[in-house]
Design a binder for this molecule. Structure first.
Ligand code: HEM
Length: 137
């Protein structure tokens, strides 16, 4: 009986580690993330609330960095090689409303790709703390 209890305890401790890339897999790994970023950035560019912010941006570069960032946040085998959120968004005068517009577009992109609700929420939860570095107005 004691041994079973010990085994259960070990499994419980190991579970979070085993599930470490659950979000990455739920997003469809690198290919799924690349596809998600394609849809997401297209939505951003055509969204009247935020689209103009991206007029001067290097879109292929942005897509690459966003893919890396989502992959890292999802627990995937990637490295983020872009600038910090505070550095890249400094001077862009981004409002809270624009931040939420971006979150909404990401949700729509994830819905279109049939990403499980639980996985969607985990990715969004990873982005939430960035609000203080992105919003400056
Ligand atoms: C959680 C929210 C956000 C995340 C995770 C995010 C992520 C990123 C990343 C990874 C880059 C590229 C970094 C690099 O080139 O090194 C970037 C650039 C950029 N972001 Fe965001 N971003 C967010 C919110 C926003 C919002 C709300 C806006 C505007 C409405 C915005 C506008 C831009 C623009 C215009 C660039 C390109 C800047 C340039 O190339 O100089 N971002 N963002």
């Amino acid at each position: 009986m004691k041994r079973i209890a010990m085994l259960c305890l070990l499994l419980a401790l190991a579970a979070p580690a085993l599930a470490g890339d659950e979000v990455y897999r739920g997003l469809g790994q690198k290919q799924g993330i690349a596809q998600l970023v394609e849809t997401f950035v297209t939505l951003l560019q055509t969204d009247r609330r935020v689209g103009h912010s991206f007029d001067e941006a290097d879109i292929p570069h942005l897509k690459e960095k966003l893919s890396e960032q989502f992959c890292v946040l999802a627990g995937g085998p990637c490295e983020y090689t872009g600038k910090t959120m505070a550095t890249i968004h400094d001077g862009l005068d981004i409002t809270t409303a624009q931040f939420y517009a971006l979150v909404e577009d990401l949700q729509i992109a994830m819905e279109r790709q049939d990403i499980a609700f639980r996985i969607q929420n985990k990715l969004l939860a990873g982005l939430a703390p960035m609000q203080r570095d992105v919003v400056t107005r």
